[in-house]
Design a protein around this ligand. Structure first.
Ligand SMILES: O=C(O)c1cc(=O)[nH]c(=O)n1[C@@H]1O[C@H](COP(=O)(O)O)[C@@H](O)[C@H]1O
Length: 270
């Protein structure tokens, strides 16, 4: 089954638009992990198992693992998700982008090495840099459009023939790059107006929407402005607010509660 089929099925069957972000920061782990040599894997595994029922996707962020030399933990974590929660697709957040010959190796990294179902990609180098990802019709290509950070507009809002650049990115992806129907767009929860604008341009193309929780975005406004015609179309992603909801012995339960509360808040606005 392709990433898009798995995502749509998960939206329907589990009735959730929550994406659980996996961004390990050992300093924030509960004390019980201090003596655990495999803490990065063990903590994330516990979070995954506690939150899977509320998740339409998991999104491990690669730098959080690589900086800790924990690539092996990332490999095992994704294998654990596939084995134990096979209905929940995995988006590798690596925001890759390079000339085509190098991009091919990033494709191998995401889909062969880590066995992710989808990957985040930076479109700044243009279509040929994204093409090796687009060619993998079975995998999702999640393309940065209007990011959640305060400086998103520095470049993404620049005027290109009377329109901001992020709108052109949205249009190109939806009309030209999405030949296999495997594209999604990143639009931050911190920008409700832009969410509405991009939805109007791209029809039902799914959005990955980070920026609720720690970055302060309003999940209700995201849903009202950016849901697709059938009330889905969104992977609303939260990392720290779920992962570190408690650093006590109840960390897994607290993470599950945070994910459930986010799901319920989202569903109230659908
Ligand atoms: O592609 C992303 O996932 C992403 C895009 C974006 O515009 N903003 C953004 O915060 N992210 C990622 O989403 C996560 C947000 O984490 P929290 O703010 O803790 O929920 C981090 O892993 C970011 O790298």
């Amino acid at each position: 089954m392709s990433f898009m089929q798995a995502l749509r099925r998960r939206w329907q069957q589990a009735d959730t638009l929550v994406c659980v972000g996996l961004d390990p920061e050992p300093a924030k782990f509960p004390a019980a992990f201090a003596a655990d040599a495999d803490a990065v894997f063990a903590f994330n595994r516990d979070i995954v198992d506690a939150t899977a029922q509320y998740a339409c996707a998991f999104k491990p962020q690669i730098a959080h693992f690589a900086a800790l030399r924990a690539e092996d933990a990332l490999t095992r974590l994704i294998a654990h998700i596939h084995a134990n929660h096979p209905d929940v697709p995995v988006i590798l957040d690596s925001k890759r982008g390079d000339i085509g010959s190098t991009a091919q190796h990033y494709v191998g990294e995401a889909f062969e090495r880590y066995r992710a179902d989808a990957v985040t990609v930076n479109p700044y180098l243009g279509r040929d840099s994204v093409q090796p990802f687009l060619d993998r019709a079975d995998r999702g290509v999640v393309i940065l459009c209007r990011t959640s950070n305060p400086g998103a507009g520095d470049l993404q809002d620049l005027d290109v023939g009377g329109r901001p650049l992020y709108q052109l990115v949205a249009e190109k992806v939806a009309r030209d790059w999405n030949e296999h129907g495997n594209c999604a767009l990143v639009v931050g929860a911190t920008w409700p107006e832009q969410l509405r604008e991009v939805r109007a341009i791209v029809g039902d193309v799914p959005f990955l929407v980070p920026g609720v929780g720690a970055q302060g975005g309003d999940a209700g406004a995201v849903v009202s402005n950016a849901k697709s015609a059938d009330g889905t179309g969104l992977m609303i992603s939260s990392s720290r607010a779920i992962l570190y909801a408690s650093n006590g012995t109840d960390y897994a339960e607290a993470a599950a509660n945070a994910a459930r509360e986010l799901r319920d808040e989202i569903n109230r606005h659908r």
